[in-house]
Write a protein that binds this ligand. Structure first.
Ligand SMILES: [Zn+2]
Length: 176
């Protein structure tokens, strides 16, 4: 059972006039509750030859390693969102260098936007959403303990591109 976010009355699932998709429509006030994909902003943050990873202190994927990333907030840019998440999760200041990876994840209605940047002064800590944070060389990456497919993909792109000496933008769809 779903209720109207505007007036609290019971809603019903139907295709509104002129629409092609089912929506939650309030039977009382007529409000149409549109659900659209959410944007997740984050950063692949480097220092010297290492990458910054955070071990999650929250569900889902508690205890696994991730890149600093999270839901974009209203009134911020994607770059600001990536920098904010880097501060909140790793207590580090990222100097954004470029847009790096974008992932469609249609199954869960998410879009990932990941920037590449460097860690200012190499300084970091661990925010409240992280058990710990760390800088990892390529041969130190805990590949079997990464939280999300997007993290593994981004790290693979990074080490591959670094070897090639060229960082191109990667736009991909994660369907699993
Ligand atoms: Zn309503």
């Amino acid at each position: 059972m779903s209720f109207c976010l505007k007036c609290g009355q019971q809603g019903q699932i139907l295709i509104p006039e002129g629409d092609q998709r089912e929506r939650l429509v309030c039977a009382s006030c007529g409000h149409i509750h549109y659900e659209n994909p959410k944007v997740i902003c984050g950063a692949l943050v480097t220092h010297e030859d290492k990458v910054l990873l955070c071990r999650r202190a929250i569900e889902p994927r508690y205890g696994l390693w991730t890149l600093p990333a999270g839901f974009m907030e209203l009134h911020e840019t994607m770059e600001e969102g990536a920098a904010r998440e880097t501060w909140e999760e790793a207590e580090g200041v990222v100097n954004i260098e470029q847009l790096y990876c974008m992932y469609n994840i249609p199954r869960i209605g998410q879009i990932y936007v990941l920037f590449k940047g460097n860690l200012q002064d190499g300084q970091y800590g661990a925010g409240s959403e992280s058990l710990e944070c760390g800088l990892f060389r390529e041969d130190e990456i805990p590949w079997d303990e990464l939280a999300f497919p997007s993290v593994a993909r981004t790290l693979k792109h990074y080490f591959h591109d670094r070897q090639q000496g060229q960082f191109t933008i990667h736009l991909e769809t994660i369907s699993s």
